[in-house]
Design a protein around this ligand. Structure first.
Ligand SMILES: [Fe+2]
Length: 648
């Protein structure tokens, strides 16, 4: 997708300022300068946006000023700095003051930015963030329930929260998003808790993707502190059905570099209190995926109330209700990963399809999982702050599918739906690596039993199960790679870079993995070229008729969001890899870039055998050759190769 719009360079006005001693006692200041607090960098609608939200003591006109850090001179913003007008309103009466937010748009990739909020003469300190490549692989981090205040000691909770952010971002300085599992604070409208949550400067350097928890819902502070993009604030998405009430809610979505994130207000799950319940969320998710699913390669859902969790909340009636309402729809919608909070304990589910374990043979703790059609991975985050831990609970006899909490036959101490459950009473976070043909999900320790670890320090939990030597900060609790399903055809991917030659790289796995054509190489500014190999196709023919057969294939357009180029640019040279069944390779087809009428956009024969061929098997494949014009837009393009076998 080309979502970037070049920002017009600021007008070349030179701001001249001169200070002349006037003999007057005080410098001239704006009337009643506002005090600006709680500044937080939030996720935008895509990777070229950010949203900055803050509180103001006064109801004045404010804005965000933004410039590449390289344009600052001695910390001063240049006259060419971009400005983004802030909007907002009066806070709810309990906190007083006003809220403001502004959406920063048109960010460029690979740029370090500085920004500040306020108005001329009354600016906040400057903060910095960076953008990275707007295409391709990236990492994001997921944090379960900081819930500042829940240990009973706000300062200790803040210390643990600060430490997890510091530790996780020191280990992953290029992580691009901080995704919330909900419950930012213990008490919805208590500003001392919000101030502690917002204290770490990392929240002004990396974009926070907020999620509403049950502790955030009982007031407007959540919405006032954490403005989110593409947010549907209609009644059905509020627990009480009333967005005007002193409560927070709404669902939102954004696309960040090939991942479509949809974030739900899971506080609304039933219609009895006035909201639209789970049905409203499912309608929302379906709509968003229908409209925008094609713009991304992955679908990740985020909401607070874990439906496949291991601890105190595993048997809650509301979670059982969601566990019936959600999973089949998520399977049908092709969701890849669901990130959840609420149970303050880590779990990673087996792949769940339509509310049951997708593959009974999936082993506990498997390092690689293959969702096939409909398999969904559900992850529950432990406490990121150490403010509160819940202990793992025991299965019962209520069954091993749907709303049941029965035992896993392969691991009877665990719930049937969980591959991994973990509670050591130490802080952790979840790292997700988004790669061309896989998602790598890791749960990583950000603390040990040592302070800051508020729930342990205060004796709220009586034990801590962790050894500094074997399980230090940074050690991995769980590690799983999700290999997505590509259907019955073969999916091809090619990465087209900016006009500079790159390296090739492709992988062919033991399953029908992505056929990765790597990064296309530019040739003299004329065209890009990439090559690869089809995943081998095994042909078996044991019929007595010995009838002729043939295998053909055609490729779709290559697409990346709204960008595309035709499949006719792909050519191939078929090959017999393992002889048998009389298999013969069909003629090579050149790229349509080289030869008018070439290309695989129409069905082309791959291999064939005559009447009377021997019985048995053969393996056929093809070398792929892609040539596209140098004018093609940068992107990660994908196409699907559809294979057809014919025999009389
Ligand atoms: Fe919580």
């Amino acid at each position: 997708m080309k979502r970037t719009t070049p920002r017009v360079a600021g007008a070349a006005l030179l701001g001249l300022v001169v200070a002349v001693g006037s003999g007057l006692g005080n410098p001239v200041l704006a009337d009643d300068p506002a005090t600006l607090t709680g500044i937080i960098l939030g996720v935008g609608a895509n990777e070229s946006q950010r949203i900055v939200t803050w509180y103001s003591s006064a109801d004045t006109t404010q804005k965000v000023q933004l410039a590449p850090t390289s344009a600052l001179v001695n910390g001063d913003f240049p006259a060419s700095a971009a400005t983004f007008a802030a909007i907002g309103g009066a806070n709810i009466a309990t906190s007083g003051g006003f809220n403001r937010h502004a959406t920063l748009t048109g960010l460029q990739e690979h740029t370090a930015y500085s920004y500040r909020v306020g108005t001329d003469g009354n600016w906040s300190p400057a903060y910095a963030f960076k953008t990275q490549d707007f295409e391709g692989d990236y990492d994001f981090l997921f944090y379960g329930d900081p819930q500042i205040g829940s240990s009973g000691d706000v300062a200790k909770d803040q210390a643990g929260w600060q430490d997890t952010l510091d530790v996780s971002l020191a280990a992953n300085p290029n992580a691009e998003l901080l995704v919330s599992g909900g419950d930012q604070v213990e008490t919805a409208n208590t500003e001392t808790q919000w101030n502690a949550f917002l204290a770490p400067d990392k929240l002004r350097q990396y974009p926070w993707a907020a999620t509403i928890g049950n502790h955030d819902v009982g007031g407007k502070a959540y919405e006032q502190h954490l403005f989110t993009p593409n947010t549907d604030r209609s009644g059905p998405l509020y627990a009480n059905g009333n967005p005007a009430s002193n409560t927070s809610g709404g669902d939102y979505w954004y696309i960040y570099k090939d991942v479509l994130f949809i974030d739900l207000n899971s506080n609304s799950y039933t219609t009895t209190s006035g909201g639209g319940g789970d049905a409203a969320h499912l309608a929302y998710v379906s709509d968003v995926i229908q409209q925008h699913g094609g713009e991304a390669k992955w679908k990740v859902l985020v909401y607070h109330h874990a439906i496949y969790s291991p601890a105190d909340h595993a048997k809650d009636g509301d979670n059982k209700a969601r566990r019936v309402d959600f999973p089949t729809a998520f399977s049908n919608l092709g969701v890849d990963l669901v990130l959840q909070g609420h149970d303050h304990s880590y779990s990673r589910s087996y792949l769940i399809k339509n509310g049951a374990k997708a593959n009974p043979d999936e082993q506990p703790g498997a390092a690689d999982v293959y969702p096939g059609p409909g398999g969904v991975l559900y992850v529950t985050g432990n406490s990121a702050s150490g403010s509160k831990y819940y202990d793992i609970t025991a299965p019962d006899n209520s069954g091993t599918s749907g709303a049941g909490n029965g035992a896993d036959p392969l691991n009877p101490n665990n719930y049937w739906y969980n591959s991994v459950q973990n509670q050591e009473h130490v802080r952790s976070y979840v790292k997700v690596q988004v790669r061309g043909d896989k998602l790598v999900v890791q749960n990583i320790r950000s603390g040990t039993c040592a302070a800051p670890n508020a729930a342990v320090e205060r004796g709220n939990v009586k034990w801590c199960n962790n050894t500094d030597a074997a399980q230090p900060v940074g050690s991995i609790v769980d590690n799983v790679t999700v290999h997505p399903y590509h259907g019955d055809g073969q999916q091809l991917q090619v990465n087209v870079p900016n006009a500079a030659p790159g390296e090739f790289g492709w992988s062919i796995g033991g399953y029908n993995g992505l056929v990765d054509l790597g990064t296309a190489e530019e040739h003299n500014g004329d065209y890009f070229q990439a090559s690869g190999h089809l995943n081998p196709i095994v042909v078996t023919d044991s019929r007595r008729s010995l009838a002729p057969w043939s295998i053909s294939a055609s490729v779709s357009d290559f697409r990346d969001g709204a960008k595309s180029f035709p499949g006719s640019y792909l050519g191939w040279t078929p090959k017999v890899l393992v002889a048998g069944v009389g298999a013969q390779a069909s003629a090579a087809v050149p790229s349509g870039y080289d030869v008018q009428g070439g290309g695989l956009d129409v069905s082309r024969p791959l291999a064939w055998a005559d009447q009377g061929h021997p019985r048995g098997t053969a393996e056929v494949g093809a070398d792929l050759d892609l040539k596209i014009p140098a004018s093609s837009d940068k992107g990660d393009y994908r196409a699907t190769l559809t294979i057809t076998a014919l025999s009389s």
